[in-house]
Design a protein around this ligand. Structure first.
Ligand SMILES: [Zn+2]
Length: 89
């Protein structure tokens, strides 16, 4: 069972899901994972101890706090991955 979790992972994935259809990029799984990894590399990790509802409360707070930063990082990652797609490997 997972004891610690980088909540940034969840925030970035949630945000990406939200805007995924509006993004002008390749929608294959490889590119999606690249975009997520690339975005996370630009963000400070935020670790939280996973227990019950507490993590969810933190997620809501952090989501509001970092929304702009996350969207900006996703946009940058989409550009980078689109310029150098790895999906043909
Ligand atoms: Zn692709």
């Amino acid at each position: 069972m997972e004891k610690y979790h980088n909540v940034m992972e969840t925030l970035v994935e949630d945000k990406l899901n939200e805007i995924w259809n509006a993004l002008d990029c390749c929608k294959c799984e490889k590119c999606r994972n690249d975009i997520i990894a690339c975005t996370l590399n630009q963000m400070e990790p935020k670790y939280a101890v996973t227990n019950e509802g507490e993590l969810y409360v933190r997620l809501c707070e952090l989501s509001a706090e970092h929304e702009f930063e996350i969207v900006k990082a996703i946009a940058k990652s989409v550009r980078m991955v689109s310029e150098h797609p790895k999906h043909y490997i």
